[in-house]
Design a protein around this ligand. Structure first.
Ligand code: PLP
Length: 401
């Protein structure tokens, strides 16, 4: 059977050939150490009990379809969450729930793009953004995030990418894969570009509470009430419930001019009937209380210690450096081209997998344009991270392409 032509240019390499090879090795009986996914629960970072209890208690009430935008209590909770973060105008009717942020990323792009429309996407990015823009007929235009500046977006480069076809700007903060948490000044600069060029802003803030060392997360929408911003978050990371497939978006700064777009989004929501209903019952509890993420990210907490430990270890490998992540769940390490001379980083990841049974992700899979980065998830306990970094160091010490 043929494949739809429009899929031919859609890339989602981090789950492509590398993952297939890992599955083959597993099927052949090998145990693979997988540090390629930001999936907390399998590493013992479980969904908090009150969230689980809410879903269980509400299963009976969750048998039918819900409102296409999501149940009211969840939409109120999301609206209040953003209000508390300074997006004061957001109301429950501005909120829509989805089957994870992933579904909402695709829907927001489907509702916006015509063939040839351009969207500014960071490089490196969480690659679903680039993939979704392409899938919807748009053209992803990557703006550079500067490793020498802690991976902050390069505003000059960004401004130079804007054309009459540019419709929107994607901000991923805290960033996957780099772990950068953007300063207020940089965000204001990005939002000013959006304001000046009439762009919609898509603020993927799914890691907004996973921040270290006193870094501060600024909610983009709160800094620009006059700019149309779609803020996105979900249960997968902070609330360790990735399998629930629950996320949300909140629209702010929209005016009567934008009604057509909002109607389009509503149409798409209606067409998929509603998001997974049991998981929606977790949202109010998740957003309303203390969900112990705070304990994980402070010094002495599991995530903090694992991040710090893994970063120290990986940067001790000769020819490897890494900007220390201020947020999210990943180390995005650089293999110094003067030492490692990698031409094909996907092949490197496959060779690492075959030789050391360790699964990481390659930088070009995140739309970085040079094959000299790898991403490692630091959700595993420190002894497992030690084992992984040991395997990586041993592999790199003899690897040539
Ligand atoms: N956005 C970013 C930046 C992510 O890293 C991820 C998952 O890794 C997602 C969105 C998708 O999250 P969800 O599980 O809510 O679909």
């Amino acid at each position: 059977m043929k494949q739809a032509q429009r899929l031919k240019s859609v890339r989602y390499d981090i789950r492509g050939p590398v993952l297939r090879r890992a599955q083959e090795l597993e099927a052949a009986g090998h145990r693979i150490l997988k540090l390629n996914l930001g999936n907390p629960a399998p590493w013992g970072m479980n969904t908090p009990d009150p969230i689980m209890a809410d879903v269980v208690q509400n299963l009976g009430a969750a048998q039918g379809y819900s409102d296409a935008r999501g149940i009211y209590s969840a939409r109120v909770a999301v609206a209040q969450y953003y209000q508390s973060r300074g997006v004061t105008e957001v109301q429950p009717d501005d909120v829509m729930l989805g089957n994870g942020v992933s579904e909402l990323i695709v829907m927001t792009m489907q509702a916006l793009l015509d063939t040839g429309d351009e969207v500014l996407v960071p490089s490196p990015d969480y690659p679903l953004w680039t993939g979704a823009v392409t899938l919807c007929g748009g053209r992803p235009v990557h703006y550079r995030c500067d490793e020498s500046q802690g991976w902050l977006p390069d505003l000059e480069h960004m401004a130079a990418q804007i054309t009459p076809n540019t419709r929107a700007m994607v901000i991923i903060n805290p960033n996957n894969p780099t772990g950068a948490v953007y300063s207020r000044e940089v965000l204001l600069g990005m939002l000013e570009l959006a304001r000046r060029h009439g762009l919609m802003v898509l603020a993927d803030e799914i890691y907004d509470k996973i921040i270290f060392d006193g870094a501060v997360h600024h909610t983009a929408a709160a800094l620009a009430p006059d700019v149309p911003v779609i803020s996105m978050g979900g249960l997968s990371k902070t609330y360790r419930a990735a399998g629930f497939r629950s996320g949300w978006l909140a629209m702010s700064g929209f005016t009567a001019r934008d009604t057509e777009y909002v109607d389009g989004l509503q149409l798409l929501a209606n067409m998929r009937l509603c998001p997974n209903v049991p998981a929606q019952h977790a949202v109010q509890t998740a957003l309303g209380g203390y969900q112990s993420i705070e304990r994980l990210i402070e010094p002495g907490g599991r995530l903090y210690e694992q991040r710090t430990h893994a970063w120290r270890k990986i940067t001790a490998i000769p020819g490897v450096d890494c900007v220390r992540p201020d947020g999210a769940l990943y180390l995005f390490a650089r293999l110094d081209p003067a030492v490692h001379k990698i031409r094909d980083d996907e092949q490197l990841i496959i060779d690492l997998l075959e030789q050391q049974h360790l699964l990481l992700s390659h930088g070009t899979g995140f739309n970085l344009d040079t094959p000299d980065h790898i991403r490692m998830v630091f959700l595993a306990p420190t002894d497992v991270l030690d084992d992984a970094v040991g395997r990586l160091g041993a592999f790199l010490s003899t690897y040539h392409q």
